[in-house]
Design a binder for this molecule. Structure first.
Ligand SMILES: *[C@@H]1O[C@H](CO)[C@@H](O)[C@H](O)[C@H]1NC(C)=O
Ligand SMILES: *[C@@H]1O[C@H](CO)[C@@H](O)[C@H](O)[C@H]1NC(C)=O
Ligand SMILES: *[C@@H]1O[C@H](CO)[C@@H](O)[C@H](O)[C@H]1NC(C)=O
Length: 361
């Protein structure tokens, strides 16, 4: 009796302790395989008030959202005034990773707070865009061009050193959902081999550091069959189907911003379906990782969520809207036009109703 009890407890804790994983084309979190909802907060790791971090994670977990995607980078080329958070100083005369209280200790707090609430994090390592440094900051420090970043030996050596610092810091955390190579990597006008080779090399490197957590690319999902409009093309150097074949990438990601991409809101359901088909074929889950519109959030985005949930066993595994909004000690968080504020009518539509639909599916 006693030993059966002990065995059962050990079994339960093993299942609970198992990191998030894939299960065919679906995700398994804390032993539960299903469809999951989540969101993005690029700024949570840069907050300086622990209570604000807890407030956000309380609200996210109370909402039934399981996955939170965050920026695990904050690259600079010149030291800011004290009190401003930065994670990595890039310099050709010696880069520096900031493990101090205005550095990775801010990210530590997010990870600890997420652990306590059972929220799982996607941690991203570099931006394509210049916000929080990104590839342009590496180019400032090490020379070359944005398109050359993927093959610039000095830039890649420092990027890998940064990845190693972050992965080893959180390798045992129950809050890690996946490591993500970059936010929206693009290489305009390049052969799709550039990002394919870089993705192959970096994902293998991360796997060599951490065998237990999932790894993903973080791209917008450009370049796939189904239509001929801009996002379906490979002009940004991204081939979604080819990249899905990379051995150490566990799932595919795609985004949807119809206004920026010159397509209509109505193109959303087909965009979801075409990615789901590619993921199903590859036998890997698809994550609808960012989506947003600048107006009419509920009516525009609900059909995209519904299309994704409908394909829950046909390639789609989860969706994360862009972006989470909340009220902190400093007031409302950044409103980029896409923000869905906790407690708002938009949140009732795109979070509460969506989570309810997931739970009853
Ligand atoms: C994978 O999913 C199947 C079907 O839902 C389930 O029976 C199995 O236990 C899952 N495996 C893991 C490791 O979660
Ligand atoms: C992101 O990448 C694309 C393609 O390389 C480029 O056109 C764009 O300028 C990049 N953004 C920044 C800010 O570097
Ligand atoms: C993670 O766990 C391993 C094995 O128990 C241990 O050797 C390592 O020091 C831990 N790393 C951290 C950052 O806690």
């Amino acid at each position: 009796m006693n030993s059966i009890f002990t065995f059962a407890l050990t079994f339960i804790s093993l299942v609970l302790a198992a990191p998030p994983t894939t299960n065919g084309t679906r995700f398994s979190i804390d032993g539960k395989t299903g469809y999951f909802a989540g969101t993005n907060s690029y700024w949570i790791g840069f907050l300086t008030n622990n209570r604000d971090v807890d407030t956000v994670l309380d609200h996210i977990s109370l909402s039934g959202l399981k996955i939170l995607r965050i920026w695990g980078f904050n690259d600079i080329v010149r030291k800011p005034s004290p009190g401003t958070v930065w994670f990595q100083l890039l310099s050709s005369s010696g880069s520096q990773i900031n493990t101090g209280p205005d550095g990775l200790q801010r990210l530590d707090y997010v990870v600890q707070s997420a652990e306590k609430r059972g929220v799982k994090l996607i941690i991203n390592f570099v931006n394509n865009w210049s916000d929080y440094g990104g590839m342009p900051a590496y180019v400032t420090a090490f020379g070359g061009s944005k398109e050359g970043w993927y093959t610039n030996a000095r830039a890649q050596a420092q990027y890998k050193a940064y990845i190693s610092a972050v992965v080893s810091r959180y390798i045992n955390s129950s809050a890690v959902f996946a490591w993500e190579l970059a936010n929206e990597p693009r290489c305009k006008g390049c052969s799709t081999d550039v990002i394919y080779k870089w993705g192959t090399d970096i994902s293998a490197y991360i796997r060599s550091l951490d065998r237990n957590h999932m790894i993903t690319l973080g791209d917008e999902g450009f370049g796939l069959p189904g239509a001929t409009s801009y996002p379906y093309q490979t002009s940004e150097g991204v081939d979604f189907v080819k990249n899905l074949g990379i051995k150490d990438l566990d799932f595919g990601t795609f985004h949807f911003y119809p206004q920026s991409w010159g397509v209509g809101n109505a193109a959303g359901p087909a965009w979801v379906k075409d990615h789901a088909s590619a993921c199903k074929k590859a036998g890997k889950p698809c994550l609808f990782e960012e989506y947003g519109t600048s107006s009419d959030h509920c009516n525009s985005q609900r059909p995209w969520q519904q299309a994704s949930l409908q394909l829950a066993k046909e390639g789609m595994a989860a969706d994360l809207f862009w972006q989470w909004g909340d009220t902190l000690s400093t007031g409302q968080t950044h409103n980029d036009g896409n923000t869905i504020y906790y407690g708002s009518a938009d949140a009732a539509c795109l979070i509460t109703e969506h989570v309810k639909a997931i739970n009853s599916s």
